[in-house]
Design a protein around this ligand. Structure first.
Ligand SMILES: [Zn+2]
Length: 247
């Protein structure tokens, strides 16, 4: 049994050294980390970290917050990144209507990334904020192995995602929701993964979330689901194998 941090941005830490972060994570049974990029300027750094640490899985994508500054050739470059590394995922990408009301321009960047993920048979990481209906329409375009990361949505939305076979990524932000228990209890735990989204989602200004805290997150989520932390860890290990099939 082990933990996987299914979503982190190691290149974004400002107060911690990456080597210390991953060493402490491993000591706390976090064996694999999916290191997500947000824009093409990140990609080389993400590739470099993946080369340095074999337990990192790189993800390359254009996040909806960064669509305006993506260079014209981003899609060609993304294809090359995926060709270079057969383990690489696509993401993070998605729709964020809280940050940007212009859905059309976000779709223009998101859709080609879903196509690439399917074409290359890679998992896809989706960032979805206030975009349930738009993304529901895109379900047929998404690869089977899609994860809706940093889920804080309604029980209904969670059910809809999972009924299509997609996974849900949970981090500390869900625990800050007033109806956290209801959300957690309504989810099918055979289709969840945990994540930190570090350095983000700490809930405390200027504090960077660390993957070594993943067992603590698991403990709190298990309590809300009324199962033991060990049971959850066993389920998560199985889920990882079902989602990614790499141990
Ligand atoms: Zn993220």
């Amino acid at each position: 049994m082990f933990y996987v941090d299914s979503h982190i941005h190691l290149q974004d830490y400002t107060t911690q050294d990456v080597n210390n972060i991953v060493t402490a994570a491993k000591k706390n049974k976090v064996q694999i980390l999916v290191n997500a990029s947000a824009h093409p300027q990140d990609w080389n750094k993400v590739a470099q970290l993946a080369a340095q640490y074999p337990f990192l899985i790189p993800a390359y994508g254009v996040h909806p917050w960064h669509i305006a500054d993506a260079p014209d050739n981003w899609l060609v470059k993304l294809k090359k990144m995926l060709e270079k590394n057969p383990r690489a995922w696509v993401g993070e990408c998605g729709i964020d209507r809280l940050k940007n009301k212009d859905v059309a321009s976000q779709l223009k960047i998101l859709e080609p990334q879903t196509v690439l993920a399917r074409e290359f048979r890679r998992p896809l990481i989706i960032h979805s904020v206030k975009a349930d209906e738009i993304l529901a329409k895109l379900f047929p375009l998404l690869p089977k192995r899609t994860i809706f990361h940093s889920f804080t949505g309604s029980a209904e939305w969670g059910k809809k995602i999972q009924s299509h076979g997609f996974f849900i990524g949970l981090n500390f932000s869900v625990l800050r929701k007033k109806n956290a228990a209801q959300i957690i209890q309504s989810l099918d735990f055979s289709q969840i993964l945990l994540e930190t989204d570090g350095p983000y989602q700490s809930g405390t200004p200027n504090e960077e979330t660390l993957p070594q805290n993943l067992p603590l997150l698991a403990e709190q989520i298990a309590a809300l689901k009324q199962i033991s932390a060990d049971e959850l860890m066993m389920q998560l290990t199985q889920n990882w194998q079902n989602f990614y099939g790499e141990s």
